[in-house]
Design a protein around this ligand. Structure first.
Ligand code: ADP
Ligand code: 5GP
Length: 207
């Protein structure tokens, strides 16, 4: 079957689980993709660039964007606003790309609701809570207070793993990346309900 329209791959998991690291490993191997750069009101971290990791804005600007229906979904995570811009996602889908979101459990629920039939969702988990704590501390991008908040949040997020299609436990990075590659390739060939009838109809080429 020749897929003309794109598909969505949602990645969620506690901050520090390894979503960015895994994505970096696989992004060159999974065909034409568009990584959705979210907008956030949180402080920029050392090593991050505006427009690459996030669009960093203040709360006032974010609220204006909400009013103008700029977001496909948005949520408050760890006390900051995060949102996915609708327009570039629509364009990437039209171009037949795999659109990748790194969003939280609330965002996944919204995407599932709005675009569930073209979405594949993956929850990325660290092997244990203590390993997560170790990774967040080693990353050296957050204060102890922020890390403690993220740990508490992680416990709550883990309760919602069953809302996802797949769970990847990111223990060995290379092994986890291989699983993500397979899932990303499969996500592309997920058949949206409205295309099934067209396909079956076209397939019956002998009457
Ligand atoms: P996220 O994007 O989910 O917040 P990161 O990709 O930033 O997480 O990873 C958090 C930290 O853990 C980083 O310092 C990263 O290098 C490290 N890390 C990621 N995956 C692994 C792994 N499998 N084993 C050990 N360290 C890892
Ligand atoms: P961080 O501050 O560590 O970059 O991200 C914190 C959390 O916000 C992560 O769980 C991440 O997946 C989530 N997040 C990032 N962008 C978005 C977004 O656009 N929408 C939603 N709902 N969550 C997001």
């Amino acid at each position: 079957m020749n897929h003309k329209s794109g598909a969505i791959l949602v990645l969620s998991g506690p901050s520090g689980a390894g979503k960015s690291s895994l994505l970096k490993e696989v992004i060159g191997d999974i065909g034409a993709c568009y990584f959705s750069v979210s907008t956030t009101t949180r402080q920029i971290r050392a090593g991050e660039e505006d427009g690459i990791h996030y669009h960093f804005v203040d709360v006032e600007e974010f609220k204006k964007d909400i009013e103008q229906d700029f977001f496909l979904e948005y949520a408050v995570v760890h006390g900051n606003y995060y949102g996915t811009s609708l327009r570039p996602v629509k364009e990437a889908l039209k171009d037949g790309k795999l659109v990748i979101f790194d969003i939280d459990v609330q965002g996944n629920a919204t995407i599932l609701n709005r675009l569930g039939d073209i979405t594949t969702s993956v929850f990325i988990s660290p092997p244990t809570l203590s390993e997560l704590k170790k990774r967040l501390e080693a990353r050296q991008t957050d204060s102890q207070e922020v890390i403690d908040r993220r740990i508490e949040m992680a416990k709550r997020e883990m309760q919602r793993v069953s809302e996802y299609d797949f769970l990847i436990v990111n223990d060995n990075l290379q092994e986890a990346a291989e699983v993500l590659r397979v899932i990303a390739k499969a996500a592309r060939v997920k058949i949206p309900a409205n295309e099934i009838n067209d396909f079956v109809h076209g397939w019956e080429d002998i009457h």
